[in-house]
Every structure is written in structure tokens, then in C-alpha cells.
Design a protein. Sequence first.
Length: 287
Amino acid sequence: MKKYAYYPGCALTTLASEYDISFRNLCARMGIELGEVPGWICCGAAAACSSSRLLGVALPLKSIALAVENGYTDIVTPCSACFYHFKKALHEMETNPSIRRDAEDAIGVVFDRPIRVMHPLELFFQHVDLSQWKRAVVRDLSHLKVACYYGCLLTRPPKVLKFDNPEYPQTMDKLLRTVGVPTVDWSYKTDCCGAFYASINPEVVVDLTHRILENAHGVGANAFAVGCPICHLNLDARQAEVEKKYGTKYQLPVFYFTQLMGAAMGVDESGLGMWRHVVDPQPLMGV
């Protein structure tokens, strides 16, 4: 089977290590071979592109170029922010000759070979037959009612990201339902959680996450599934603040979609990292 370049990014080596663990274990179960990009660097996230357009292209391009140099034609990055900045950098390289020239000068590489950037949702949905996922299921999770939260970076702007429907994506829902995890229809799938405002104006994040929590709770969801470390952090770690401010009680566990898929396939607790969550998932998961 084809080998994919893997770019974990900063978050998956620190605050979102459970996402990294569960993703790697899921790939191993399905025979997907990953090769971590040697010498990868931070994509720069929001800080780079807000301070310099060139820096916002050059930083992600450096790691992409390293993958190309090592013979890869596809690179997978689970962090939605990294995915966004990688795709945006390639779009800039394709559409802006001046930025392309300056970025190549900055990293010391002439970027002349194509590479595709993928999120794990795309990898799992497009490159693994759904029947394989169904056959791998060994655990009944039909008691769950999951709100799939895509956040604002996976689908927009659509001409750059080219991922699913930008307003009402379905890829995560379809994958989870394939492994027997029911999902709910709701209205805040792609609304912003506040992202990095948590560090400069946390009240904005509390208010935005309240809307998301309230809508999911209102349609009967008993858990979230996400594919972004910042979304996970805000929904999970800020949930108690939201409950205190608004006098509510949600207690909605927030999972990475890879954790739920892994649980359905019988990956044990050590391979899922659920002990790292703030809102305890164990009562809901029955462990």
C-alpha cells in the first residue's frame, strides 16, 4: 500500500497527543503506512500569516518541501490549522508568481514537484473502502448521539480548501456512521469556536462555544467529534466556564473522530488517550 508523509504539527506532539496516538493506531489497524516528515517545522499558524504574508507561505512550504524531497506525493496533517495553512501556501504558490519566487528563495528550494495535502478525514473516506471500515467494527457504540463539529478551517475558503460542502460538510458524519456511531443533524457544524482568542480575549471564546454547546445539546447530542486541536481545547476545557456563566449543565465529552472510530474497532484505552480529556468520557463510553 502507498506510504503517506505524516506531518503531526506542534499541537499533536503536545496538547493533542491523544489525536496523534489514535490516528496512528487507526492507520496501523487499516494497513495505512505513515512516514513522519523528517525535520518538519511549525507551520506558523495564525501568528505567521498575520505578521507576514511571505512567512505564512514559507513556513508551511518548508515542511512540504521536505516531504517532496523524501519522495512523497501525499502529505497528511490532522490539525485543521496546519491543513489550512498548508493548502493556503500551495494555493499562493500556484497563483502568485512573486510570492512563489520569494518563498522559494526563503527556504532555498525550487518547488517543482506536485504534492497533495490531505486531512485524515479525506484519507479515510477517499482512500479506504467503506466496506473495510464496516468489517473492522467490533464494539457497539449505538448509544452515542454525536455532533460532528468541523470548525471554520476545514472547509473555508472553499476554492482553497476544496474539502466537502463548506456550509454543511458530511465526511466525518459518514465515516462515524459507517463504524456504527450515530450522528445528529445540527446547525453549528462550521461555526468558529473562537480559536486563538482564548489567549487574548477568553470571553469571546466562552460566548462562541456556548452557542455551539447549546445547539448540540438542544438537538439531543451526548458527545462531540472534532478534527481540530484548538476546537477540542475550547469545547472541552472551556465547557465548565460556559456552564458557570450561563447556568447550564452540558457535560458533553469531546472526542477526536479518530478516538471514536478506534473505539468502535476495539483499540484499547492506551491507544486512544481518552484519559487526557477534561470532560470525563468514561461514563458515556461505559469504561
